[in-house]
Design a protein around this ligand. Structure first.
Ligand code: NAD
Length: 307
């Protein structure tokens, strides 16, 4: 298949690009390199440096004979979405609409959309949220992702459109940007590899559902299979506290460091995990356990630091 992959120079997108190429697909990456890196785009992929909000994507659909869209390009920072909600909406709502409209014009039915479970469901109560939980967006970012989902849903009733929405939990793995405000695994690894103490905001008892990028990649491959369509959570359903995660990473580093405790960030969720039973029914299973996933990620950052 000819896959148009937006955001393929970014953390998750570049892993998806590699896996799609390995599976024998042709991959056409569209990325404006705002947070992505050209070097992360596999050499076998076709690359267009384009902004999905500004540039006409029509010629790419036409010339590359696109069969499937996999949409990972986005303004990804929750904190930045509070600072500049218009930019967030332009990237995540208008950018997504541009893609959908081009897909409709060029008869591309399948659109895989990278959405968010963590930000969308709000505070977790009781058990991990499944897809029928009523969304409770608490940030402009969550609103813009949910809006993208709504457009896909509504337009799929009036057009030939087969959306596959993947609502990710907290994704971690090699290649994640450690310099942003999100991605606690990458941030901790980066600091530890420089000999610095990890910083914990708040008491550290807040929980997250950490899913390896490897398992996110296999969900994206699953999304290409015929018969798989709809909205799916992508997570482990396991809550891990930031204290536990930090302890695991400090142990991996072998360093003797005191944790740097700082005040909680306003608006941060206390508990978050998603139930991926619906995706499991398609045959998908997360295979990477946290211990091994953290080891692989720490190793990546260690090698980067010594490069
Ligand atoms: N990392 C997570 O834990 C997580 C969780 C839930 C959802 N997601 C979603 O997964 C997707 C990928 O996230 P990531 O963590 O790999 O982030 P990332 O910042 O590494 O990747 C985003 C990519 O999109 C590109 N991009 C941004 N705006 C663009 C535009 N207007 N036109 C073209 N390219 C543009 C960037 O240059 C970058 O390469 C995003 O849609 C994000 O919202 C990520």
């Amino acid at each position: 298949m000819n896959i148009l992959l937006t955001g393929g120079a970014g953390f998750i997108g570049s892993h998806v690009a590699e896996a799609c190429l390995d599976a024998g697909h042709r991959v056409v990456v569209v990325d404006n390199l705002s947070t992505g890196n050209r070097d992360r785009v596999p050499k076998e992929a076709v690359f267009y440096e384009l902004d999905i909000t500004r540039d006409d994507l029509g010629p790419v659909f036409r010339d590359e004979k696109i069969d499937v869209v996999n949409h990972h390009a986005a303004q990804v920072s929750v904190q930045d979405s509070f600072r500049d909600p218009i930019f967030d909406a332009k990237s995540n709502i208008f950018g997504t609409l541009q893609l959908i409209q081009n897909a409709l014009s060029y008869q591309v039915a399948r659109i895989v959309f990278a959405s968010t479970g963590g930000a969308l469901y709000g505070e977790m109560e009781g058990t991990p949220a499944n897809e029928s939980a009523i969304p409770d967006p608490k940030s402009p970012y969550a609103i813009s992702k949910l809006t993208g989902e709504h457009y896909l849903d509504v337009l799929s009733h009036s057009h030939v459109l087969e959306p596959v929405v993947l609502r990710y939990a907290n994704v971690y793995g090699p290649g994640q940007n450690p310099l942003g405000e999100a991605g606690v695994v990458a941030i901790h690894c980066h600091r530890l590899c420089a000999g610095n103490a990890p910083i914990i905001f708040g008491d550290g008892e807040q929980t997250r559902d950490f899913i390896s990028v490897r398992d996110v990649v296999s969900a994206n491959l699953k999304a290409l299979e015929p018969g798989v369509s709809g909205t799916f959570n992508v997570g482990t359903g396991i809550e891990t506290s930031i204290n536990t995660l930090t302890g695991m990473l400090v142990r991996l580093s072998g360093l003797q460091v005191d944790i740097d405790h700082q005040p909680a960030k306003p608006g941060e969720l206390f508990r978050s995990a998603v139930d991926a039973a619906r995706l499991r029914k398609t045959g998908w299973e997360p295979v990477q356990n946290l211990e091994n996933g953290l080891l692989e990620t720490y190793d990546y950052f260690y090698r980067q630091a010594r490069h």
